[in-house]
Design a protein around this ligand. Structure first.
Ligand code: ADP
Ligand code: ZN
Length: 430
């Protein structure tokens, strides 16, 4: 039932004590880096100063900009001799964010992924097809090491070539897959081409994550593949995947509190909010040695679920990520999150696997157009009026503005390399 029962079910008081203790150790390690020596001196905080959670709120936040400004080695706490791995986030503008690990860091990270996979029901006997980018991106290697640690047979197939992915699934009787939710939908389109039905495969479990998606998308993936799909959350700055993961009850993701200290803040004021309130997730690495990060502003919006979970794990959960603080679209003064649109679309049975949101300026007004792929069986060129009307009305009710809806055949929209990028804000260009 548990990978590490003692720590996963540790009583709240002991867990709190452990967090405070580890936080002080994290401070001690962090103060060995140039960046934190300066930062912590400025506010006169020393290791051992943290007696309770309130004391933590006196430590300044660390932002992505801090990591960029101190690129590449400013947050490193040890000689490069002891460092064995680096990863980075994609970073399309400016310096990428680079994270370093020593051997203990890699061991800890792998263990957290083994723990997460075990929680989702993955076992030693499973065949794990890792359909994620290997390399600098943390999704591939992170899961690879975790699944190996657990003892599953790992197929390090990485991304791309959908027909080959399906061939591997069939021939090697893959039981567990790890892929992006957007790719899960796309890969399914190849089932028809190859005349494959979910029953022909041996899949039981999918780990989906690394990008925002809705409950409706999860359900769709579960139905298309006839499997259980578990949400996986992480970010490179906190190692990558293995920060928070769903248990069998699929009701929020247990965030591994023995390794990460979590807070929810008001993104505008920085004020720490009580459990249950929605805001920006702030995380501290409690165990990382080569490059500890204190109070990192993830920009991800969620809330803490502190009610006990039926699985018996005591680590609190975070709710499905609603979006990022910088994701919110303001259309003629109305606030809209792309996930609201996805939620509606994925609950409409005729909708296929992909969609695209575009915002333009037209005569000083914002116009939002939503292009929606319709599944092959429902798409009838020039005869889609009633479907078009239905989708437009449903979207309008959800987002409060009138969208321009275009219906297109399955497979018409461009495919993504890596994470889905479905919002194009063209207001500054036009
Ligand atoms: P980037 O995407 O910036 O190159 P990362 O690979 O570190 O870098 O991505 C981490 C980000 O991906 C998170 O901060 C979050 O916004 C998003 N993300 C990761 N997992 C999930 C998830 N399960 N649900 C929603 N968003 C997620
Ligand atoms: Zn649980």
């Amino acid at each position: 039932m548990y990978w590490e029962k003692d720590i996963e079910t540790l009583g709240r008081d002991s867990l709190n004590k452990l967090i405070i203790d580890r936080f002080n150790h994290a401070l001690e390690r962090a103060s060995k880096s140039l960046f934190y020596t300066k930062r912590l001196n400025e506010v006169a905080i020393k290791p051992g100063n943290i007696k309770n959670f309130k004391d933590i709120s006196n430590i300044p936040f660390t932002t992505k900009q801090d990591l960029r400004d101190n690129f590449p080695y400013g947050l490193l706490t040890m000689p490069l001799d002891n460092v064995i791995r680096m990863h980075s986030s994609s970073g399309t503008t400016g310096n990428p964010t680079v994270i370093f690990h020593n051997q203990n860091d890699i061991n800890q990270w792998s263990n957290l992924l083994a723990r997460s996979l075990y929680m989702a029901g993955v076992r030693k006997s499973d065949i794990f097809q890792n359909i994620m980018g290997y390399g600098l991106f943390t999704g591939g290697l992170g899961f690879h090491y975790g699944a190996e640690k657990l003892g599953s047979l790992v197929i390090p197939i990485a991304t791309g070539n959908s027909d080959r992915q399906l061939w591997f699934m069939k021939e090697f009787k893959t039981t567990v897959v790890h892929f992006l939710p957007s790719y899960a939908l796309r890969l399914h389109m190849h089932f028809n081409d190859q005349n494959i039905k979910p029953e022909d495969l041996h899949l039981k479990i999918a780990c989906i994550g690394a990008e925002p998606h809705t409950e409706e998308t999860r359900k769709k993936i579960e139905e298309l593949y006839k499997i259980m799909a578990y949400n996986s959350y992480g970010l490179s700055e906190m190692n990558g995947p293995g920060v928070a993961f769903e248990c069998e009850y699929q009701n929020g993701m247990h965030l591994w509190e023995d390794n990460y200290y979590m807070e929810i803040i008001n993104p505008d004021t920085g004020e720490v909010l009580p459990d249950g309130e929605e805001g920006e997730l702030v995380l501290t690495t409690l165990m990382r040695e080569a490059m500890p990060i204190l109070r990192y502003r993830t920009r991800d919006l969620t809330r803490i679920i502190s009610e006990p979970c039926k699985c018996g794990r005591t680590h609190r959960r975070i709710d499905r990520i609603k979006g990022r603080t910088d994701d919110m679209l303001i259309i003629n003064g109305v606030n809209i999150f792309p996930m609201q649109i996805e939620k509606k679309l994925m609950s409409i049975s005729e909708v296929g696997h992909n969609y695209l949101i575009e915002i333009r300026k037209d005569n000083f007004l914002d116009k939002i157009s939503i292009t929606v792929e319709i599944s092959n069986e429902h798409f009838k060129p020039n005869e889609n009026q009633s479907l078009h009307h239905k989708i437009t009305e449903l979207l309008k009710n959800e987002i409060g503005v009138n969208p321009i809806v275009n219906l297109v055949a399955s497979g018409s929209l461009p495919e993504f390399q890596g994470k889905a990028d479905r919002v194009k804000d063209l207001r500054l260009i036009n």
